[in-house]
Design a protein around this ligand. Structure first.
Ligand code: NAG
Ligand code: NAG
Ligand code: NAG
Length: 982
C-alpha cells in the first residue's frame, strides 16, 4: 500500500525538466525508494581526486584582540558586552583563543591536520574600524602574514568577507542592513580586500549565512544587532544583503577575475527537513520550508533573480520585490554553491513557523541531493559542517567525532551514489572558540583552555580522525568487514529461541468425559447427562492443538534446536512443591517430546527473569526474591522437579537465562550464582548418569567498544562495562572463581565497592566450574565513553557514558546493528575463559511490524551468522550453535520470524533466508568443500554415541537372522537330498 503510494509520488514529482524550481521535491520519494538497508550501510570508498579538505573559523570566534592595534567595535562586540553570554569562555570574544596574537600556532595546527584549505573571515572592523576608510594597516599586515603563512604550507585560503561582525559604526549610522546604503559600503570594503589580498585567494565568500543575519539580526532580534523589526525588517535586510552580494560579485567579475582568477560565492545555511507522513501535502510543506530558509537566497542567485513562488504567495505584503533590472543583476552571481550545514542553523535557529509542522533532520545527504536537483547540479562546496559537544569536554570528543564521520560519509554517498557534484568539505571549526549565543559548547578540532596563559592548541580525538580521513582521502575498505565463505561443522546447532511459548492447555473436545444426548425434538442441542461419565482416556500430546501448530512451523525452518524457558511461577505458584501444576508440566512434556519427534532438540531454561516479580513465584518475590537465601533452596527444589519430569527428553538445560545485571544488587547476584550452581550440581550428581544431558547458564553479552579508538580511558571504560555486565557472572563460574578483578578494585568514591560479597571456600567450590559449556545472548554493540559529556546520560556507578556510532545501521526501535561486535565478543570470551564450547543462544533484532518485509532482520541474521563463521574459521572459537531471537511476534509485533494474525502464523521472508543458511551449513563458496552430513549424525552429539550402537544391534540381529535362515535351509536341503537319494 505504502509502496504504491510512494511510486505514485515519484511519478507525480519526476517531471522531465531538470533544474526547475520545485524539482527538489522529488528528493523525499527518491530516498524512500532506496534499497534498504543496503543504502544505509557505511560506505567505504574514497573521494574524487583533488577533493578539497578544509577547516574553518570566523574572525569573531577566534581572533580575540577586540580593540588591539586600532580595531573598531563590531555589532558582536557591542552585543556581547551587553549580554554577558552565560558560561561562554572568557568575556565574549574579547580574547577567545587569541588567534590575532598566535598566528604561528594556528598555522601549525592546520599543517598538522593536513588540510588543503583553510576558511577564515576578515574582520571588517579590524580592516576598517569605522566600516569605511581609512584603512587600518596593522590589520592588513596581520592578514597578509596569515595568507603568506598558508601559502608557504601549501594550504589554500577560502576567505569570507563578512561573517556576522558588522562594524558597529555602520549599524549606528545607517541602521545596518536595513539600509540600502550598506550595499555600497560593503562593495568598497570588498574592493579593498580584493586589491590587497586577491592575488593569493581563489575562493571568496561574500557573506556568511544571510538567513541568520537578516532574520535574527533584524526580524526576531535574537542575534546582533538585535533589532526586533518583525518580518518586514527581516525581509528588507535580506533584500539588501542579496543586492550587496551581487554588487561584490559583479565587482570581482568585472575588475578582478581576469587577473586574479578566483571564484566568488555566498555561504548559505540550511536545515534538512522530512515529512511527518510520506504524503504529497507534507512533502510540499517540506519543500516550502526549504524555500523559506535556503531558497530565499538560493533561488534569486541560482535560478532567476527572484524569490521562490511559495514565499511570494505567502508573504505578499512584507516581501520586497526586485525590479526586472535587479533580477538580471542578482541572478547568476555565485560561481559555486557554498553550503553551510550544522549546529548553528540546522537545529537551533530555524524559526519554528518555517518548519511547517514537519521534522528537522540531521541528514546531509538528501539536502545535497535536493540542492543538486533544485538548482541544476551546481558545484557544491560544503563550507561549514559539524555538530557541537558540551563545553565541559576536553580532548576526548568522541560524540563530535561520530558526527563528523557521519556527515563526511553522507557527503561521500552523495558523490558516489547520487552523482551530486560536491567539490570540498569544511569542518567547523579548526579550534574551540567563542560560540556566539550558544554559550558553553565546543566545536573545535583542537582544544583551547581559555583560562590558560599560552592557549595552546591540543588535538582532540576528532582531529586525529579528520587527519586520517584526509590522509586516505576517505574511508578505505576494511578487509575484516567483508563477508567470508565457509561452512559450520555438521553437528552445529541451528536454533530458534522463544521465551513466550504459546501455551494453551485446553484439551480438544474429545477429551471431555461427560456423556451427552441429542435432543432431537425440542432444542436440537446436546444435553449433558448428569452423573454419568464416559471411561476416561489417557491424555495424549496429540490432543494439544497449540503444540501441533508450533511444531509444524518450526519444522518449516529446518532448525535442529529450539530454546524456550519454563515458567517457574506457573509450575509452582506457591513457590514450593505443595502445589504442582501438572497440567502445565504435561504441556511442556508434550512440547519437548513432539519436538523430538521432528528431530528438533529441545533446549530448556528453568528460569528467565522477566516481567512482574521477575517471573518468580509470588511468595518468593514477596520475601525478597534472590535477596533471600531461601530462594536458592526453592530453586534447587524446582530444578529437581523439572529434571525428574522432563529430563527424559531434555538433554540440554539452562539453569538461568540472562540474569539482568543492570537491576541486580550484589547480594541478589551472589545468591543467584549459588542457585545456578546448586542446580548444576544436583543435575551432575543425580541425573547426568541416567539422562546424559548437559547444563549451564546463559548470560547476556552485548559488546562494548571504546568510543574513541585513540583513548586509553575509553578502553578501560569499555572493559569495565564488559566485566560488570558479563564478567560479574562469568568470572566466578568460568574464570578464576571470584568476581572480576575490575569489580573488586573499582572504587568510585563511595561505599559501593564495600558491598561486593566474598565467596567462602565452600561457595567457591560450589560455583567455580559449574558449567558444561558457555551460552550467551548477543543483540548489539554500544560505544563506551569515559567522558561525562551529558550528565543525563552519564552512568555515575561505572563512570561511563554510552554512545552510538551514528553511522551504524539502526533498527526501528533504535538498536544498532553491528555484526562485527559478535566476533569481537567471541574472541574476548575465548581469551578470558579459555577454549570451551560456546553457544550463541539468542541473536536478533526488531524490524518494522508489517508482515510482508523484514529486510533488516534478514540483513542482521545473515551478517551476524557470517561473523560467527569468522570466529569459528579464522579465530578458532569453539562455537557450537547459533539461535535466532525469536520465533513469533505474538507478544511483540516487532520481533519474530513468524507473524501472528488471529490464530495463524505467517512466515516472514527471514524464515526462508535462515533456512537457506541452515541447509547449506553456512555460506559455502565455489571453493568450499561440500558439507556432507550423514542423516543420523545431523543432530545432537548425544545421538552420535547412540546411533552407532543402534546400527550395531541391527547388524547383530541381521547376522543372527541370516544364521538361522542358513541353518534352516541346510537342514531343509539335506532332508530333501536324503529323500532324493534314498
Ligand atoms: C571613526 O569615527 C569616529 C566618529 O566619527 C571618529 O572619532 C574616529 O576618528 C573615526 N576613526 C577612524 C579610524 O577614522
Ligand atoms: C496450570 O497452568 C495452566 C497454564 O498456564 C493454567 O491455564 C491453569 O489454570 C493452571 N492450573 C491451575 C490449577 O493453576
Ligand atoms: C528492573 O527493575 C525495575 C524496577 O525494580 C523493574 O520494573 C524491571 O522490570 C526490572 N527489569 C528487569 C529486566 O528485571
Amino acid at each position: 500500500m505504502i509502496r504504491a503510494r510512494e511510486l505514485l509520488l515519484v511519478l507525480l514529482l519526476c517531471r522531465p525538466l531538470l533544474g526547475e524550481p520545485g524539482e527538489g521535491a522529488a528528493t523525499w520519494a527518491h530516498f524512500a525508494q532506496a534499497p534498504y538497508p543496503q543504502d544505509q550501510l557505511f560506505l567505504y570508498d574514497t573521494f574524487p581526486e583533488g577533493f578539497l579538505w578544509g577547516a574553518g573559523t570566523a574572525a569573531y570566534q577566534v581572533e580575540g584582540a577586540w580593540r588591539q592595534d586600532g580595531k573598531g567595535p563590531s555589532v558582536w562586540d557591542a552585543w556581547a558586552h551587553r549580554h554577558a553570554v552565560q558560561g561562554a569562555p572568557g568575556v565574549a570574544g574579547d580574547v577567545a583563543g587569541d588567534g590575532y596574537n598566535r598566528l604561528q600556532r594556528d598555522l601549525d595546527g592546520l599543517q598538522l591536520l593536513g588540510v588543503s584549505h583553510y576558511r577564515f573571515s576578515l574582520a571588517w572592523a579590524r580592516l576598517l574600524p569605522n566600516g569605511t576608510a581609512p584603512l587600518n594597516l596593522a590589520a592588513v599586515r596581520y592578514y597578509a602574514r596569515l595568507l603568506s603563512g598558508l601559502r608557504s604550507r601549501g594550504v589554500e585560503p577560502v576567505v569570507t568577507l563578512y561573517h556576522w561582525d558588522l562594524p558597529q559604526r555602520l549599524q549606528d549610522a545607517h541602521g545596518g542592513w536595513q539600509s540600502s546604503a550598506l550595499a555600497d559600503r560593503f562593495r568598497d570594503y570588498a574592493e579593498l580586500c580584493f586589491r590587497h589580498f586577491g592575488d593569493h585567494v581563489r575562493y571568496w565568500l561574500t557573506i556568511d549565512n544571510p538567513y541568520l543575519v537578516a532574520w535574527h539580526g533584524y526580524a526576531t532580534g535574537r542575534l546582533p544587532p538585535g533589532v526586533q523589526g518583525g518580518p518586514r525588517a527581516g525581509f528588507r535586510a535580506a533584500h539588501n544583503l542579496l543586492k550587496a552580494h551581487a554588487k561584490v560579485w559583479h565587482l570581482y567579475n568585472n575588475n578582478f577575475r581576469a587577473i586574479q582568477g578566483g571564484q566568488v560565492s555566498i555561504a548559505l545555511g540550511s536545515h534538512w527537513i522530512e515529512p511527518q507522513k510520506m504524503i504529497r501535502e507534507d512533502i510540499m510543506k517540506c519543500q516550502k520550508s526549504l524555500d523559506f530558509v535556503l531558497g530565499w537566497f538560493a533561488k534569486p542567485l541560482f535560478i532567476d533573480g527572484d524569490y521562490p513562488q511559495t514565499m511570494k504567495d505567502n508573504l505578499p505584503l512584507v516581501l520586497p520585490e526586485f525590479t526586472e533590472a535587479e533580477k538580471m543583476f542578482v541572478r547568476g552571481t555565485a560561481d559555486f554553491f557554498a553550503l553551510s550545514f550544522g549546529a548553528t542553523l540546522s537545529f537551533h535557529l530555524v524559526d519554528f513557523p518555517m518548519k511547517f509542522q514537519q521534522q528537522e533532520s540531521l541528514n546531509l545527504r538528501p539536502l545535497l541531493y535536493w540542492i543538486s536537483k533544485e538548482y541544476n547540479k551546481p558545484q557544491i562546496f560544503i563550507v561549514e559542517n559539524s555538530w557541537f559537544i558540551s563545553g565541559r569536554t576536553k580532548t576526548d570528543d568522541s560524540k563530535y567525532m561520530y558526527y563528523l564521520k557521519r556527515f563526511i560519509m553522507e557527503t561521500l554517498k552523495a558523490i558516489r551514489y547520487d552523482e551530486v557534484h560536491v567539490i570540498g568539505y569544511t569542518v567547523w571549526s579548526l579550534m574551540d572558540g567563542f560560540e556566539w549565543i550558544r554559550g558553553n559548547v565546543r566545536r573545535g578540532l583542537f582544544y583551547v583552555d581559555f583560562q590558560s596563559h599560552d592557549k595552546k592548541l591540543v588535538s582532540k580525538s576528532s582531529a586525529h580522525f579528520y587527519q586520517e580521513v584526509i590522509g586516505k582521502n576517505g574511508f578505505l575498505p576494511l578487509p575484516e568487514n567483508q563477508p567470508i565463505e565457509g561452512i559450520f561443522p555438521c553437528n552445529f546447532a541451528w536454533g530458534i529461541i522463544e521465551h513466550n511459548l504459546h501455551i494453551d492447555t485446553t484439551p480438544s473436545q474429545f477429551l471431555d468425559p461427560s456423556v451427552y444426548v441429542w435432543d432431537v425434538y425440542r432444542t436440537k442441542t446436546l444435553i449433558k447427562v448428569e452423573g454419568v461419565d464416559a471411561p476416561k482416556r489417557k491424555r495424549h500430546c496429540a490432543d494439544l492443538a497449540a503444540i501441533r501448530l508450533q511444531i509444524s512451523l518450526l519444522g518449516q525452518t529446518h532448525i535442529t534446536h529450539f530454546y524456550f524457558s519454563l515458567k517457574w511461577s506457573l509450575i509452582l505458584p506457591s513457590g514450593n512443591l505443595s502445589y504442582v501444576n501438572h497440567t502445565l508440566l504435561f504441556y511442556y512434556h508434550c512440547f519437548v517430546s513432539e519436538l523430538l519427534r521432528v528431530n528438533i532438540t529441545p533446549v530448556v531454561a528453568l528460569w528467565k527473569p522477566v516481567g512482574e516479580n521477575q517471573g518468580l513465584p509470588f511468595s518468593l518475590a514477596k520475601h525478597g526474591g534472590w535477596e533471600n537465601p531461601l530462594t536458592v533452596r526453592a530453586f534447587e527444589e524446582y530444578a529437581r522437579l523439572c529434571f525428574k519430569k522432563l529430563g527424559q527428553h531434555v538433554k540440554f538445560w539452562i539453569t538461568i537465562n540472562e540474569p539482568y545485571t543492570k537491576n541486580l544488587t550484589f547480594s541478589a547476584a551472589h545468591n543467584l550464582l549459588k542457585g545456578h550452581a546448586k542446580a548444576w550440581h544436583l543435575y551432575d550428581r543425580e541425573f547426568r548418569k541416567i539422562q546424559k544431558g548437559k547444563i549451564s547458564i546463559a548470560l547476556q553479552a552485548d559488546w562494548a567498544e571504546p568510543a574513541c579508538p585513540f583513548s586509553e580511558n575509553d578502553k578501560m571504560a569499555a572493559s569495565r562495562v564488559l566485566e560488570f555486565d558479563f564478567g560479574w557472572f562469568a568470572e566466578p563460574i568460568f574464570g578464576n572463581g571470584d568476581y572480576p578483578d575490575v569489580m573488586r578494585k573499582w572504587k568510585n568514591g563511595d561505599i559501593w565497592d564495600f558491598y561486593l560479597p566474598f565467596f567462602s571456600e565452600e561457595e567457591k567450590k560450589l560455583i567455580h566450574g559449574s558449567f558444561d559449556f558457555l551460552a550467551l545472548s548477543h543483540y548489539t554493540t554500544v560505544l563506551v565513553d569515559s567522558v561525562n559529556e551529558d550528565p543525563e546520560k552519564y552512568d555515575q556507578r561505572l563512570k561511563v557514558q554510552m554512545l552510538n556510532d551514528i553511522t551504524w545501521l539502526e533498527s526501528p526501535s533504535g538498536s544498532r546493528i553491528v555484526p562485527w561486535g559478535l566476533r569481537k565478543l567471541l574472541q574476548w570470551v575465548k581469551s578470558k575463559y579459555g577454549d570451551m564450547p560456546i553457544y550463541v543462544l539468542a541473536n536478533g533484532i526488531d524490524d518494522k511490524p508489517d508482515a510482508a518485509e523484514d529486510k533488516l532482520r534478514i540483513y542482521y541474521i545473515q551478517n551476524y551468522i557470517n561473523e560467527a563463521l569468522k570466529a569459528y574459521t579464522l579465530d578458532n572459537v569453539n562455537i557450537q550453535g547459533y539461535f535466532v531471537h525469536r520465533f513469533t511476534d505474538r507478544t511483540d509485533p516487532k520481533y519474530g520470524l513468524f507473524h501472528y494474525v488471529v490464530n495463524r502464523y505467517e512466515p516472514r521472508p527471514s524464515v526462508k533466508r535462515y533456512r537457506e543458511i541452515i541447509d547449506k551449513g553456512g555460506f559455502p563458496g565455489q571453493e568450499t568443500p561440500e558439507l556432507f552430513c550423514p542423516e543420523e549424525i545431523a543432530f545432537d552429539p548425544d545421538y552420535i554415541a547412540f546411533q552407532p550402537r543402534r546400527s550395531f544391534l541391527a547388524f547383530v540381529s541381521f547376522i543372527c537372522f541370516a544364521f538361522i535362515v542358513t541353518v534352516f535351509m541346510i537342514i531343509n536341503y539335506s532332508k530333501k537330498a536324503d529323500r532324493r537319494y534314498k
